[in-house]
Design a protein around this ligand. Structure first.
Ligand SMILES: *Cc1c(COP(=O)(O)O)cnc(C)c1O
Length: 466
């Protein structure tokens, strides 16, 4: 600490003094004195930290108020994207997975800010079932007898097992005891649901006979889990749905399938291996399938269950259902998303994930070049447009790459980590990838409408770097 700093620390203005300036009074009438005080306390706190860390000047009262105003604007009035995802990972779980289509967000907004017919039947004027619309839409779309929506796919697996197998055994291949980031592990979810895991086969090979010989009186179901985020390669074997379905049918047991992402559209045209399609999985013999709403579906966080009517009905009746049921905004957004899938071309045009996947490499090259041009007068950032490899992420298509283009930035006079941090801490955070001493901005995951903002943020990072 320099000698000046204790003095500067003492000179930090009081919140009340700032509230009593002209700008303070203006802002207080716009946002309320309570909210403004709260924002100012946070600004002053940051200032205190900065002074302790060596900052040597005190901003003016007006500058402090402007900072608080910006924070409140971001909270209440900002129409800016929350972050720009330049990692090239399209379904980045840490960045909120799939962005929703506009119609879905608008539907959520409309029911969120109004009364709605959530549990009201307009025909009869009495209580209705809250998930009727979205569930019949999902069932239609997936060719299922019935469907059910819960908060996320982990909840779907939990409910499915609790309702159909509590106190009994569920047979799963050892090759499918998946852990999906965070804390979702198939064996643990099974034990929480009150059923016993019966592992069969080996990590790399499970054969039809392994399932058959494990079936006994205690068996309640067979479960197939999509190995979303890893691949077993080499000397491998697993039993696919049609064969499993024959085994299940002979034993009079339901066949359950956790599909993970569940792709409603084919992925091969993007150069990816197909992910399980829920309608197809049902047609191939699964009795119940479940999958996430915010992975390849491109909707809100949700878990979708679909399949045999009596099995879905048992889940609907289960006491856990009340704890796992989604809110009205999720239901509205999911309904809009399912509507979009009524027409494949419409879904590809409107759902952000598919908009991004549909963007060709030439177009990405053009966008990257425009960003490079925006930085051409920046003396401290050396830029280059390079081929890049993006990926789906979110536990989909593990290890498979999507052809993409990146703006590669080599900072002069600062480290790549410092530049990446500067971009993260800009007015709108830009999340990048660091590779071989360069900061890479992968253009596949950057929304088209964010490009001019991204150019501004890059220029700002250049100015601050001086
Ligand atoms: C992602 C995934 C889950 C968890 O889904 P959430 O929607 O994140 O709860 C469960 N099972 C599989 C196979 C998955 O890929």
């Amino acid at each position: 600490m320099t000698e000046k700093q204790p003095m500067l620390l003492r000179q930090i203005p009081q919140v009340d003094a700032l509230l009593n300036t002209q700008k303070g009074r203006e802002l207080a009438s716009r946002f309320s004195p309570g909210l403004l005080s709260r924002a100012l306390r946070s600004v002053l706190n940051q200032l205190r930290q900065a002074l302790l860390a060596g900052k040597t000047s005190l901003p003016s009262a007006d500058a402090l108020l402007v900072e608080a105003e910006q924070a409140l604007n971001t909270l209440f009035e900002s129409r800016k994207p929350v972050v720009i995802n330049a990692t090239g990972v399209l379904l980045h779980t840490n960045l909120g997975r799939a962005p929703m289509m506009e119609a879905a967000a608008k539907a959520a907004y409309a029911v969120g800010t109004n009364y709605s017919v959530l549990e009201y039947d307009l025909d009869t004027g009495v209580r209705g079932y809250r998930q009727q619309a979205v569930e019949s839409l999902a069932a239609d779309l997936l060719g299922a007898e019935s469907a059910l929506v819960v908060n996320n796919n982990a909840a779907a697996v939990l409910l499915m097992l609790a309702a159909l197998a509590r106190g009994r055994e569920v047979i799963v291949s050892r090759g499918e005891l998946v852990e999906i980031g965070g804390s979702f592990r198939v064996p643990e979810v099974m034990s929480q649901s009150g059923c016993q895991l019966r592992e069969v086969g080996a990590t790399n090979k499970t054969k039809p006979g392994d399932y058959e010989s494990a079936i006994r009186d205690e068996t309640a179901a067979l479960l197939k889990v999509h190995t979303s985020n890893y691949k077993v390669v080499g000397f491998t074997q697993s039993v696919d749905l049609p064969d499993l379905s024959k085994i299940a049918r002979r034993a009079g047991l339901p066949l359950l399938a956790d599909l993970g992402s569940g792709a409603l559209l084919p992925l091969s045209s993007y150069g990816l291996m197909e992910e399980p399609n829920p309608a197809e999985a049902l047609a191939r013999g699964a009795d119940v399938v479940c999958f996430s709403g915010d992975k390849l579906l491109g909707g809100p966080q949700a878990g979708i269950l679909a399949g045999k009517k009596d099995l879905i009905a048992a889940m609907k009746r289960h006491p856990l259902m009340r704890a796992l049921r989604p809110d009205k905004m999720t239901l509205a957004a999911l309904e809009a998303t399912f509507m979009a899938y009524q027409d494949e071309a419409y879904a590809k045009r409107e759902i952000p994930l598919y908009q991004m996947l549909e963007t060709g490499v030439d177009e990405l090259h053009r966008r990257a070049s425009a960003l490079r041009d925006a930085l051409k007068d920046c003396p401290i950032l050396e830029t280059e447009v390079i081929p890049s490899q993006a990926q789906l992420g979110g536990g989909s298509a593990p290890g498979e790459m999507l052809a993409s283009i990146a703006l590669s930035i080599k900072p002069r006079g600062q480290s790549v980590d410092a530049l990446a941090k500067r971009l993260r801490l800009g007015e709108v955070p830009v999340i990048t990838r660091i590779q071989q001493d360069r900061v890479l901005l992968d253009l596949l995951s950057v929304r088209e409408e964010q490009l001019s903002l991204l150019a501004q943020l890059l220029k700002a990072a250049c100015r601050e770097g001086d």
